[in-house]
Write a protein that binds this ligand. Structure first.
Ligand SMILES: [Zn+2]
Length: 457
């Protein structure tokens, strides 16, 4: 395959050509209540060619390697046609050609683990949830793994081979009493081997217990609070509310926000640092080389409170006079790369949780996220659960915690950042432009924010 790719891009008559061939091995186990819902493994392979002619892209996908030369011609032809109508020509920021081979490290390769063993693992977690309490009405456990091998070559001489492991575990329990229904979950994901999802019994039990506890929790009282976000929720916040608006392709389509998001502008308190990093050991968001063959970079989105970088593909970097950052990623061989996050996190600060709680007479401790929505600079997040903070101590559990606000105001209102940094992928993935689920990782320490609007009943 290597020779085929190198030859095809070298012989192309387009201004620029790249080809990516991808092979994915995956398996999946799912339980719901006491039922095995899925037990499967499979493989797929396919490729994509992109050609640039006079500022216009032509794209062709294929599944038979022998088709590659013909697909290069097809993509070139498409690009030529598109070039006649192109209003906003594409150009690529320069990068040094690289030759690289990279393999993710695993202790126990899940490709060698029998499907039956994966089934037993999921069944074990499911049983723990089911038997935890008579109040547990339903459970869901999902195990997935995939090994994505990509071969990439472009007409500038870059050649990259990568093998990226991905393993996830999601456990969820639903508790019911009378008409009330509550849920607890844990969602984990790693660029690692089978070992990464073993020994999670404690977390599974905590999820089940949380569902039960939430039945007795009172809905939070709406209002404006000083809130401490736990590391999970703070990580989701920085990805959803801030990370997505640091994606250069998004900004190029949103002129008003682009004006706001000028590198060098102060956005936050001076002790806030936000990073998007292409490699952290065992993390799901790893992309040592992106899907344009650009080596990873650690990009500070916010450094000392100031917007210091955006995330780029080669095309957006050219348009905005920046350097490519290695953020062009595709969810699979059927898609072209677009600007995506990788491992995105808030760097640790200096405060202990105790110091953060100190001085809060009546506040809120908001934990994990059920989900969130963002609309430009406005966000809404549902915390999975919360606790009142009363006179500097963590108090009773509350539920229905919905945080809303403006991301820029919220960044200014950060009061303290904890030392207790946690970076951990979840089992889901990021969605954008029809490409979902892309493995990403979010992380943060505890973060204390004043004046947060909390919706409640
Ligand atoms: Zn996302």
């Amino acid at each position: 395959m290597e020779d085929r790719l190198r030859e095809a891009v070298a012989q192309s008559r387009a201004d620029y050509t790249e080809a990516r061939w991808e092979q994915v091995t995956r398996s999946r186990v799912a339980f719901q209540r006491d039922q095995l819902m899925a037990l499967e493994s499979g493989e797929e392979a396919g490729g994509i060619v992109r050609c640039l002619v006079r500022g216009a892209w032509g794209i062709a996908v294929f599944t038979d390697p022998k088709e590659l030369p013909r697909k290069v011609e097809e993509a070139t032809e498409l690009a030529r046609t598109a070039a006649r109508h192109v209003a906003d020509p594409v150009a690529l920021a320069p990068v040094e050609p690289v030759e690289a081979r990279w393999q993710g490290e695993v202790r126990r390769d899940f490709r060698g683990v029998p499907l039956e063993e994966k089934r037993r693992l999921a069944e074990g977690y499911n049983k723990l949830l089911l038997e935890h309490s008579p109040l547990i009405a339903s459970t869901s456990v999902r195990y997935t793994d995939s090994w994505r091998t990509t071969i990439y070559a472009n007409s500038e001489g870059t050649y990259v081979e990568q093998g990226i492991p991905d393993v996830t575990l999601m456990v969820a329990a639903v508790a019911r009493r009378n008409g009330d229904i509550q849920q607890g979950f844990e969602s984990l994901g790693y660029a690692a081997g089978f070992e990464a999802v073993l020994g999670k019994e404690e977390q599974a039990l905590q999820a089940a217990q949380r569902a039960v506890d939430l039945l007795s929790a009172t809905p939070v009282q709406g209002g404006t609070y000083t809130v401490i976000l736990d590391p999970d929720l703070a990580g989701v916040f920085i990805h959803e509310a801030f990370g997505h608006i640091c994606e250069a392709d998004f900004l190029l389509k949103n002129a008003p926000l682009r004006e706001v998001m000028r590198v060098g502008t102060r956005f936050a308190v001076e002790f806030l640092n936000v990073v998007d990093d292409g490699y952290r050991a065992r993390e799901r968001g790893n992309a040592p080389y992106d899907d344009e063959g650009v080596p990873r970079r650690k990009t500070y989105l916010i450094k000392d409170g100031v917007l210091s970088g955006l995330m780029h593909s080669r095309a957006t970097a050219h348009k905005m006079g920046a350097e490519p950052t290695g953020n062009a990623r595709a969810v699979s061989w059927e898609h072209e790369p677009i600007v995506r996050m990788r491992n995105t996190y808030i760097e640790p600060g200096t405060a202990s949780l105790e110091e953060m709680l100190h001085g809060i007479e009546r506040g809120l401790y908001a934990c994990a996220a059920f989900g969130g929505q963002t609309m430009f600079e406005q966000f809404t997040f549902s915390a999975a659960w919360g606790h009142e903070i009363v006179n500097g101590k963590i108090g009773p559990m509350v539920r229905d915690v919905v945080l809303t606000g403006n991301v820029f105001h919220t960044l200014q209102n950060i009061e303290m950042i904890g030392t207790d940094f946690k970076l951990e992928g979840s089992a889901g993935g990021c969605g954008k432009g029809g490409q979902w689920p892309l493995p990403t990782t979010t992380g943060a320490p505890h973060v204390r924010v004043r004046n947060v609007t909390v919706g409640g009943r």
